[in-house]
Ligand binder design. Structure first.
Ligand code: FES
Length: 160
């Protein structure tokens, strides 16, 4: 392929087509294709869903039904900083719900939402493997443990 042609090729599109080819002939290809597409794009843009619909010959309305049913799928890009609030057993027992409530109030968003300025996306997750530090949140995979609701504002302020 010529250098100029390579410039025109979208690597994400190539990856998406590889994913579709891999799962096309499997039973129930839609969910894994959507999961991988979201890994590639960070969310599921409309054009990507249309392409998947066409390639797998699945009506777009059915794909939207699946995407909106499962909380794991995202139709809009996430914020610059992704906060995961753990509500696994250890964190729940040690005040995880209060931590979540404090963050929701501070950012004026609920689980699964992104702030208007796209600074933060908030997600509730199950155990993130740091139970000894419960209650725990992670921001961009950086773990903050033994949280007290009053320490949250200071932590959030570190993330632009
Ligand atoms: S339960 Fe929260 S880190 Fe394990």
């Amino acid at each position: 392929m010529c250098t100029a042609c390579e410039d025109l090729v979208d690597p994400k599109q190539i990856k998406l087509d590889e994913i579709i080819t891999k799962y096309r002939n499997e039973n129930g290809p839609l969910i894994p294709v959507l999961q991988h597409a979201q890994e590639v794009y960070g969310y599921l843009p409309t054009d990507v869903l249309k392409h998947i619909s066409k390639s797998l010959r699945i009506p777009l309305a059915r794909i939207y039904g699946v995407v909106t049913f499962y909380a794991q799928f995202r139709l809009v890009p996430s914020g610059r900083n992704v906060i995961n609030v753990c509500l696994g057993t250890a964190c729940h027992v040690r005040g995880g719900a209060k931590v979540l409530e404090t963050i929701e109030k501070a950012l004026k968003i609920k689980d699964g939402a992104t702030t208007e300025d796209r600074r933060f996306t908030l997600e509730v997750v199950a155990c993130i493997g740091a139970c000894g530090l419960a209650p725990v949140i992670s921001i961009n995979n950086e773990v903050h443990g033994r949280l007290l609701p009053e320490s949250i504002a200071k932590i959030l302020a570190k993330y632009e």
